[in-house]
Design a protein around this ligand. Sequence first.
Ligand code: GTP
Ligand code: MG
Length: 198
Amino acid sequence: MKILTAEFVRSVVQLDQIPKGGYPEIAFAGRSNVGKSSLINCLLGRKKLAQTSSTPGKTRMLNYYNINNMLYFVDLPGYGYAKVPEKMREGWGQLIESYLRESENLAGVIVVTDARHPLSELDLQMVSFLKELQYPTLLIATKADKLSAKKLSAQLRKNIQTVQKYGVEDILPFSATAKRGKRELWMAIDYLLQEVTP
Ligand code: GTP
Ligand code: MG
């Protein structure tokens, strides 16, 4: 997809604030600080559209971005950040869960994971929940620049084995720093959109 316009629309803390454009939505989920916002910026070719930070827990709301007036990217709050007070953490969890359960325009979910590590329990819970809700799900292993080709393929192979039981067959290596995997991820997103737009 050629990016003509990419704009921040709004941060949503309650579902009734979701923009009414009716465009298909692609949501980005993943552990706090894994690199979701950096991945979004990389995909859009904008350095600072989605706020990134080395402090985990930066994205606390559903952040909506309007792409080409035809599509929304939804940057979801990161899960699993321990330092956030329990009550607040529950609040975000509920927001993500009710968004995923009730969304009318969600075309697919990109689950962003860390290429260096085994998938976390929360990653697996997310993948399992998405399977239950029957959303098309793409797994990404980001920060691929941080390990050697050999270590990367070994970790990817293990992680793919872990998610096969949820019907996920592949994990796409990605690096926002090295702009790796950008073309492949756009191809996958374009495919998801074809499935929902006539
Ligand atoms: P929250 O919004 O807090 O959940 O974080 P996030 O998942 O949006 O992560 P963010 O994009 O803010 O990135 C977190 C940190 O990881 C930042 O310091 C980024 O510079 C770094 N980072 C993100 N992607 C990459 C990558 O592909 N390679 C490397 N080396 N660093 C990355
Ligand atoms: Mg973020």
